[in-house]
Design a protein around this ligand. Structure first.
Ligand SMILES: [Zn+2]
Length: 329
């Protein structure tokens, strides 16, 4: 997740320096393999990726990994013949890219559910690599594991009825650059997007939550805005599947952390596309620290959250209509 609630022009390094700061339900689809999450995250959050800072050779390795995996799984390139959507960064005019891959819907191929996560992080500072295992290696690995699960379902004839578009954004940590570019140059018509389901940090348990009666929680944000249907669908689905504690406090319009404005979903919401943001609530502790490493991931909760996001993706892909756009922001 970005430190920036809105797109700022401030020098990255200046702000960087100053801000250091279950049980499975019977009806769940439950097809994300834990081993897939582990395999992908161990690559994405490895030192070899050099912290994945936008515009560096490290993030290029991550981009190649994403392209290779989407191709291996059989997803279609989402930008014409390419998985890459290239753009130049606003500040240093460096080359950067989003990675877009899609699975064609069986009944409504020209309607879409977007699942997004950012694959960039903070890079290397003073010789220390910031691996960003939770932020947002967890979301990036979830995209790949979900894509693999959906392709398995598709081969069984149970694939999504609407097209599902996976987007790995770059430039998020710098100020939501990749999603800003995408929302101005979309590869699919935004009016045909039911929802952007954005995942940014879902692999950890916030230490503040450890005193609660369950660690099986996830924060959801955006569900009460733009569409009157989203919140009801999420709650009912959760009751019938993963039974997570859905914590909605960051969705409050007066949330002082302004989480709604701080990750890539906001660039979809700005264009009127309903959004739901999934998040583990980490703001202190290892957030934006070099200690955000794979060893601190809680695999059981991460797996459960990813399965819930897959269930939600399928429920939007398979319902009769796109989400209504009947609320103001
Ligand atoms: Zn971040």
């Amino acid at each position: 997740m970005s430190k920036y609630p809105i797109i700022l022009k401030t020098s990255f390094f200046l702000t960087f320096l100053s801000a250091i700061s279950l049980s499975f339900g019977q009806k769940s689809i439950d097809t994300v393999a834990l081993s897939d999450l582990q395999r992908h995250l161990s690559v994405i959050a490895s030192d070899a990726m050099e912290g994945r800072e936008t515009g560096t050779p490290g993030i290029e390795k991550a981009a190649v990994y994403l392209e290779t995996e989407f191709k291996r799984l059989g997803l279609s390139p989402g930008n014409g013949k390419k998985y890459r959507q290239e753009y130049r960064t606003p500040e240093e005019n460096l080359k950067a890219c989003n990675i877009v891959a899609q699975i064609e819907g069986s009944i409504f191929p020209n309607e879409y559910v977007v699942v997004s996560a950012h694959y960039d992080h903070l890079g290397v500072y003073n010789g220390v690599i910031y691996n960003g295992a939770d932020d947002d290696g967890s979301g990036t690995a979830a995209l790949l594991a979900m894509a693999e699960a959906l392709m398995r379902l598709k081969k069984l004839g149970k694939g999504p009825q609407r097209s599902v578009v996976f987007i790995a954004f770059s430039g998020e940590e710098k100020g939501l650059w990749g999603s800003s570019y995408f929302s101005d140059h979309p590869t699919i018509p935004l009016e045909k997007v039911s929802c952007d389901i954005n995942i940014d940090m879902i692999g950890r348990i916030d230490p503040d939550r450890r005193t609660a009666d369950t660690n099986h929680y996830v924060f959801i944000v955006g569900q009460s805005r733009l569409s009157s249907e989203t919140q009801r669908i999420l709650r009912a689905l959760n009751d019938n599947t993963q039974r997570l504690t859905l914590d909605e406090k960051f969705d409050h319009k007066k949330d002082p952390n302004r989480i709604y404005y701080r990750s890539d979903h906001y660039n979809f919401a700005k264009k009127g596309v309903p959004v739901v943001f999934f998040y583990d609530g980490m703001l202190g502790g290892d957030y934006h620290e070099p200690t955000d490493d794979i060893e601190l991931i809680d695999w059981e909760v991460y797996h459960k959250r990813t399965n819930f996001i897959l269930d939600f993706t399928m429920s939007l892909a398979n319902r009769e209509t796109l989400l209504k756009r009947d609320l103001a922001e």
